[in-house]
Design a protein around this ligand. Structure first.
Ligand SMILES: Nc1nc2c(ncn2[C@@H]2O[C@H](COP(=O)(O)OP(=O)(O)OP(=O)(O)O)[C@@H](O)[C@H]2O)c(=O)[nH]1
Length: 349
């Protein structure tokens, strides 16, 4: 069964969580860089020429990191912000190496911080481009230092550094990718029902919150529908659990087919499904469910349906769910295969 396209996105989407996590880690990397540079300046001393400029640049870089840590973007924009962080990091390291004449020294490995940051957040391709940018900066540093990279010693040093950056960048990206894939699998296992592939109760409850908040802000209606299969126990007992599973799957497919892409559908428990229809009042939800009931079902089990709507029947999702549930029981006690709306005594068969 195809996955639903959730609107809005899952609150605990792994990519977003991952990027939020990396953002916190990013500031720690930047402050580590500032600490290493500050330690160098204290132990080795500021260079004679441009020493104060370097102190100002280090302070400015620290200020940038502090300021950026207060910004919070999500999704694609967050990735651009992370990319800008790595470019600024490369620029700052290049400036530091230029001022300290460090292109042939051990401080060249500071570039590893930018490579690792990029590999953690931006993927293999962006990291390869960052290594290319670092290679260009290194060539520029050789040029500004008045030397040539074409001497055997410099060429060896240059090659060793760039190969090390490539290896670290590639392996870190690969590792992060593996972690990302397993995160996604765990998230799917935690959010999807294994039999039907629909959202489970936990995911549904999470996804409802932003939809409810949006409806409250815009004063737009939405409907909660509880759908329960009639007599599943009889099928299980007479035809076996395999037939019961097939009946559940078949109902899941019918519900999936009748919903819009913005509607939320979940298997809430054994034979109980819940739908949330944004921008739909109780009459709209009833019309939709009556169409489902009108479909000739042959030997398939009947279903009982209850509807409650925001804001007509309540302004808390939990209450609406209870109301839709008791409306569903009203349908069941009236003979099943019908839709009942909260507060309407008469069920529509
Ligand atoms: N085959 C199968 N059965 C399940 C599954 N989940 C729950 N059940 C069974 O479904 C039955 C549900 O029983 P009830 O809640 O009494 O529902 P019902 O038999 O449909 O009766 P009414 O809802 O009163 O019409 C129980 O026997 C559960 O064991 C499942 O994934 N597969």
């Amino acid at each position: 069964m195809s996955h639903q396209d959730p609107l809005p996105p899952l609150v605990w989407d792994s990519r977003r969580v991952q990027i939020q996590g990396f953002t916190t880690g990013l500031h720690q990397v930047e402050w580590l860089l500032v600490s290493l540079v500050a330690l160098y300046l204290v132990i080795i001393g500021t260079p004679d020429e441009g020493g104060w400029g370097l102190v100002v640049a280090t302070s400015a870089y620290f200020g940038f990191s502090l300021m950026a840590s207060r910004l919070s973007f999500f999704g694609e924009r967050q990735r651009w912000l992370l990319a800008i962080h790595t470019w600024v990091m490369i620029g700052f390291i290049t400036w530091f190496l230029y001022r300290t004449n460090g292109v042939t020294g051990p401080m060249m490995s500071l570039y590893l911080l930018a490579v690792v940051t990029s590999a953690l957040t931006l993927g293999v391709l962006a990291t390869l481009l960052e290594v290319a940018a670092i290679a260009a900066c290194t060539l520029l540093l050789f040029h500004l230092a008045g030397g040539s990279v074409m001497t055997p010693d410099n060429l060896t040093l240059f090659g060793t550094n760039i190969i090390a950056f490539l290896i670290v960048g590639y392996l870190t990206s690969a590792l992060v990718n593996a972690i990302h894939v397993s995160n996604r699998m765990l998230l799917d296992m935690a959010s999807l029902d294994s039999l039907t592939g629909l959202f489970n109760r936990r995911a549904f409850d999470d996804l409802v919150k932003p939809i409810h908040a949006m409806a409250q802000r815009s004063r737009r209606p939405y409907s909660v529908i509880v759908i329960d299969m009639d007599e599943l126990k009889v099928i299980n007992d007479s035809l076996g659990h395999g037939a019961g599973d097939q009946a559940i799957l078949s109902l899941a497919r019918q519900l999936q087919d009748c919903k819009r892409s913005s509607d939320l559908l979940a298997r809430y428990g054994g034979d109980e499904f819940v739908m949330l229809l944004p921008d739909t009042d109780a009459d709209g939800a009833r019309t939709m469910m009556q169409r489902l009931i009108a479909v000739e079902k042959g030997d398939e089990p009947r279903i009982s349906i209850g509807v409650a709507s925001y804001p007509e029947h309540g302004d808390q999702f939990e209450h609406l769910l209870e109301y839709a549930d008791s409306a569903m029981y009203h349908s069941k006690s009236s003979g099943g295969n019908r839709v009942s709306i909260r507060g309407h005594a008469k069920a529509d068969g």
